[in-house]
Design a protein around this ligand. Structure first.
Ligand SMILES: [Zn+2]
Length: 247
């Protein structure tokens, strides 16, 4: 990515509005371009300044329109004896409308939390691992080398198996971070496709979360107290085949 597209994406990047691939491209550019990194830092500072000194919420065009319309309507219907009453009713209605809109947005956000957010993180980590030089901390096709490598680096021991006979050879592993916890990333290959398989202990019983975006697929399941997430640009059928082997 060059400076022009990077700069044009910076604000969306700051607002977490980019998809995983674009986010990774911008991150990569920022790491190597002092000029764009400077603009990014300035925007961050500006945003922090606005947040701390001006708690200000701009109404959407639609909300503004409806509020103004209801005030106008109330004015029109206003009784000569009690115009103030109707004006206050209109303001109260507008406030109620704004509160209910904010509440609905909050509800909508909370529904996309949890598994969906992890799926997006999983996808971002996969893309990052393929773009940089950091795919493998322990490059090895030997499960008896990869599994003990995690000892002392994680507070759990991941289930490491090789599926070379079934066409999914293990090529190594690394430590990655998802959410705010370190997780085991096991890396497999199928033909020329890389599969990142993230796993960590979890009491979750959800499952079947999947995400298809930009040619990448994420498949999720839970097994024996472990949360498992496989991600690749393989087609969904073959990724499921891998998941079934691991399960
Ligand atoms: Zn640049």
């Amino acid at each position: 990515m060059t400076c022009v597209p990077a700069k044009s994406l910076l604000e969306s990047f700051l607002d977490d509005e980019l998809d995983a691939a674009q986010t990774a491209h911008v991150e990569e550019h920022l790491a190597s371009c002092a000029s764009c990194a400077g603009v990014h830092a300035q925007l961050q500072e500006l945003r922090a300044g606005i947040r701390s000194y001006a708690p200000y919420y701009r109404a959407s065009a639609g909300l503004r329109e409806r509020t103004q319309a209801s005030v106008r309507q109330a004015d029109r219907h206003a009784d000569r004896r009690a115009p103030a009453f109707w004006r206050w009713m209109a303001i109260a209605a507008a406030i109620l409308l704004a509160v209910s809109a904010a509440w609905n947005i909050a509800l909508l956000r909370s529904r996309t939390s949890g598994a969906d957010l992890i799926a997006q993180d999983v996808l971002s980590s996969h893309v990052r691992s393929l773009m940089g030089a950091h795919l493998l901390d322990v490059p090895s096709s030997d499960q008896h080398t990869v599994k003990p490598w995690f000892n002392g680096k994680l507070d759990f021991s991941p289930d490491v198996r090789d599926f070379a006979d079934q066409g999914f050879p293990l090529i190594g592993g690394r430590i990655d971070y998802l959410g705010s916890r370190p997780v085991a990333a096991l890396v497999y290959r199928h033909r020329k496709h890389i599969i990142n398989m993230f796993t960590w202990p979890s009491d979750a019983t959800d499952g079947g979360t999947k995400l298809d975006r930009g040619g990448y697929h994420v498949v999720h399941w839970n097994t024996s107290g472990m949360s498992c997430w496989a991600v690749s640009d393989l087609n969904v059928g073959e990724l499921r085949q891998f998941a079934d082997l691991y399960r």
